[in-house]
Write a new protein. Sequence first.
Length: 202
Amino acid sequence: MRAFTRLDGRAAPLSLANIDTDQIIPKQFLKTVEREGLAKGLFYDFRFDESGAPKPDFVLNRPEYKGASVLIAGDNFGCGSSREHAPWALMDYGIMCVISTSFADIFNNNCFNNGLLPVVLAADEIAVLMDEAKGGNHMVSIDLEAQTVISPSGKTFAFQIDPVRKDKMLRGLDAIGETLIHGSEIDTFESKRALGQPWLEL
């Protein structure tokens, strides 16, 4: 997993509440366990019409938000089913941080497990970010070490994060990476076990 320290990027405002995981990545795109290639299905029903043509009014189809790496979302983002494809699709598109007033628990956990940073801010702070992102300057900065979000106009908002999750994000550690830190200890244990209980090796 790639470490997350600081992100300076374009923010796209999606002011809809209760965006569920089926809206993030519809079920027809779940036929793969690969993390790449899912960007084409991200917000598919919002982005494309019935003929597959892009809807020009949807925020991610607008030229000023091309290449957005931050999504400013409405309340209760990521509700619905537990599909891990949702953060995969966001990251494959280039979204590395989602800012909202609240996230569904399973989606929130899936984000941290995959290196996508979910940031919770107060409703009035989200409103400021939404308004500013709709203006001429769409650039925001997220500093995980300092736990701050800096708006396009320079306003600074602090956010809270579990210190264990923060450390893992800063170090780029998923569950496998965290386990491999103890690789030498695991090897020592396995060697001792093989000598003491050789029948288990059969």
